[in-house]
Design a protein around this ligand. Structure first.
Ligand code: SF4
Length: 449
């Protein structure tokens, strides 16, 4: 039987999107959903499931959507993914379920992401607590109200556990709210899912910086367990100035994005923005700059093919007008009377693969040249802000929290999400939060059988 064409996913054109933050992807109509769901082969051994970090039963929800049972489909998804609509928008499907779909080898994988999004947008979010006889009692503090922390709170609170979430910002949602631009994830979608998660009983304590306002140790007597879900939001410094401690002219990518996400304009005129880095965060800074009438250039030390950013993000950034300079290694900042004027950079070329198999880069000696700019943004990587650990004998390992805590913290503190893995995709942070919560639920059950 010939394989039917994959549905064409509708999106805003570059022209229609660069002057606003509206969602680019427009989702499926009911007719398109029907067509695409009917293309699914309902494989006996579905390879798509293996590609889903959440482990969703993809053929099952596609089958339910064929039968128009959207509420049932969403209820089943929410059992293992409370951030259903969020993941449906921000997951890199091509590298996950769709990349693993048996039809991918024909170039026409099922549009699983779009079907998932339709179900999440049209199904009803029904609150679901565990049965009374399975409920557990206990008190847990979660430090950090991002994806991992909220996912842990969801699993714990619907099992009957008392949960307090401590969040340093005035808003909840962590980096998903602060740094995923609304053109990829509309804020009303994120809000809807957070309201659903909190409806199970977890309480939020905003504007509290643990480690500064309350020492972490104080929680020891207040809670049975503590979960650190603080994310990795502290950007690495570029250290391009003679003052090693402080690139005072540079913005961190998160600071830059956060300002614009909360509608605080940083610059009131058109400026040239030099963005150092090659990941999705660098792309986000570039695409936000375009929407704010700035002139962004992304500077990366390897080539386009080696960029860690998703190919679709790179493509869309190019369509929108973001400029790229490849094989460039910043050497130092050029200041005139204390004012940033640009950077001196060296050219680079690809070298032998490093231990991860990725081509290394080699600087070409004597290739110094000037790149003009008004503002520098560092998007070279992020780590955990260690402030939360103040007063505790816990140390970061390569900028991240350990998996297991020893000494007096053993079996008392647990960690999850980006704070442990480093910046990753939403679905992995979600899963990490659920897993740590299930571990804590098991321990509470043993304590209070
Ligand atoms: Fe359907 Fe593809 Fe999964 Fe098979 S592998 S069940 S065709 S989505």
């Amino acid at each position: 039987m010939p394989i039917q064409e994959r549905v064409k996913l509708r999106e805003l054109s570059a022209e229609d999107r660069i002057c606003n933050y509206n969602e680019i992807s427009l989702g499926l109509s009911e007719k398109e959903l029907e067509y695409e769901a009917n293309r699914c082969l309902q494989c006996k051994k579905p390879s798509c499931i293996k590609g889903c970090p959440a482990g969703l039963d993809i053929p099952r929800f596609i089958k339910l959507s064929r039968e128009k049972k959207f509420n049932e489909a969403l209820s089943e998804i929410l059992e293992i993914n409370p951030f259903s609509a969020t993941c449906a928008r921000v997951c890199p499907y091509g590298f996950q379920c769709e990349g693993s779909c048996v039809l991918n080898k024909t170039g026409r994988p099922i549009a699983i992401g779009a079907i998932h999004r339709f179900i999440s947008d049209y199904g009803e979010y029904r609150m679901k607590m565990v049965d009374d006889d399975k409920k557990v009692s206990g008190k847990v503090a979660i430090i950090g109200g991002g994806i991992a922390g909220l996912s842990a709170a969801y699993e714990l609170s619907r099992s009957g556990v008392d949960v307090d979430i401590y969040e340093s910002r005035p808003v909840i949602g962590g980096l998903a709210r602060v740094s995923i631009p609304p053109y990829r994830l509309a804020r009303e979608v994120l809000d809807r899912e957070i309201v659903y998660i909190l409806s199970h009983g977890a309480k939020i304590k905003n504007n509290i910086v643990v480690g500064k306002d309350i020492p972490l140790k104080e929680f020891f007597n207040m809670y049975d367990y503590i979960i650190l879900a603080v994310g990795a939001s502290k950007c690495w410094s570029l250290r391009l100035s003679s003052n090693e401690e402080n690139d005072f002219f540079a913005y961190s990518a998160i600071e830059f994005i956060e300002n614009y996400m909360f509608r605080k304009k940083i610059f009131d005129r058109t400026l040239k923005i030099l963005i150092i880095g090659g990941g999705n965060t660098a792309i986000d800074v570039g695409r936000i700059s375009i929407r704010e009438d700035l002139v962004p250039t992304i500077i990366y030390r390897r080539g386009k093919a080696q960029m860690p950013a998703l190919p679709k993000e790179i493509e869309e950034a190019e369509e929108e007008g973001v400029k790229f300079k490849f094989f460039e290694v910043p050497k130092r900042a050029i200041l005139e009377n204390g004012k940033f004027k640009g950077i001196e950079a060296l050219q680079a070329r690809l070298g032998a693969p490093d231990s991860s198999g990725r081509p290394s880069f080699e600087v070409i000696e004597g290739s110094e040249h000037f790149i003009e700019g008004d503002v520098l943004v560092s998007a070279i990587g992020q780590e955990v802000d260690s402030e939360v650990l103040a007063g505790c004998d816990i140390h970061l390992e390569r900028g991240l929290l350990p998996h297991d805590f020893g000494g007096e913290y053993k079996d008392k503190i647990f960690s999850c999400g980006d704070a442990v893995s480093g910046p990753s995709v939403v679905v992995k942070a979600m899963r990490s939060g659920l897993e740590v919560a299930r571990d804590v639920i098991g321990r509470l059950k043993e304590r209070n059988p």
